[in-house]
Ligand binder design. Structure first.
Ligand code: AMP
Length: 218
């Protein structure tokens, strides 16, 4: 999954996980779990995350290579938040080659910066499960600051403050956006309009993935 922060990659990946049973590998979620567990990796990663910077490639690449080699990734997986620059894309290509596997598609969710800032500043996340996500304006929980699904507290991610968001968007444009051309040239790119509501985006992506699956099986 490709796209700027806040375009809905996590939400859509979670739905595709339910539709197709694909393992959902979200680098941001893995890193936040490390931070919450106070591991050495978490302590190192946090400095970069809070500043809206990318965590060093060595840390991320090792983490992903290990995840995609696992047995639970055998029937397919969705990468959400990775790769985020050319070096990571090259490392992914190398890891896939060693596993004798290949990418089926790069699913790009597009959205303009101003809409993303509005979306991200209002985002709230469940402290127990990071895939339970709400928005104070567009998708509010029934009770303020309480998760509808498990009753846990809702919090704002440290990196969802406006200043940090603006910086994350700059990092996206400078480092991640070049990957759009990279995957377009490889014939793998599929574009989706992130301005539409989550159900519509989901319907489009699901139809695309279903078609790709069918083609793979033929
Ligand atoms: P996300 O939840 O995908 O927006 O990621 C939150 C933060 O985790 C990012 O702003 C980065 O600091 C870090 N991060 C997540 N994925 C990567 C990656 N592939 N490479 C480097 N840093 C990452």
């Amino acid at each position: 999954m490709l796209g700027p922060p806040g375009a809905g990659k996590g939400t859509q990946a979670e739905r595709l996980h339910e539709d197709f049973g694909l393992l959902h590998i979200a680098t941001g979620d893995i890193l936040r779990a490390e931070v919450a567990a106070d591991t050495p990796l978490g302590t190192e990663a946090r400095r970069y995350m809070d500043a809206g910077e990318l965590v060093p490639d060595e840390v991320i690449v090792g983490m992903i290579t290990q995840r995609i080699s696992g047995g639970d990734a055998r029937d397919g997986f969705l990468l959400d938040g990775f790769p985020r620059n050319e070096r990571q894309a090259d490392a992914l290509a190398e890891a896939l080659e060693q596993l004798e596997r290949r990418l089926t598609a790069a699913l790009l969710i597009e959205m303009p910066d101003e809409a993303l800032v509005r979306r991200l500043t209002g985002r709230r996340m469940c402290v127990k499960n990071p895939t339970h996500i709400y928005h104070v304006e567009f998708d509010p929980p029934k009770h303020a600051d309480v998760c509808d699904q498990d009753g846990a507290r809702l919090v704002q991610r440290d990196d969802d403050r406006e200043e940090t968001i603006r910086h994350r968007l700059q990092v996206y444009h400078a480092q991640t956006e070049p990957l759009i051309d990279h995957y377009d040239h490889a014939g793998l790119l599929r574009r989706f309009d992130g301005n539409r509501n989550a159900n519509e985006v989901h319907a489009h992506i699901r139809a695309t993935v279903a078609t790709l699956r069918l083609e793979e099986e033929l």
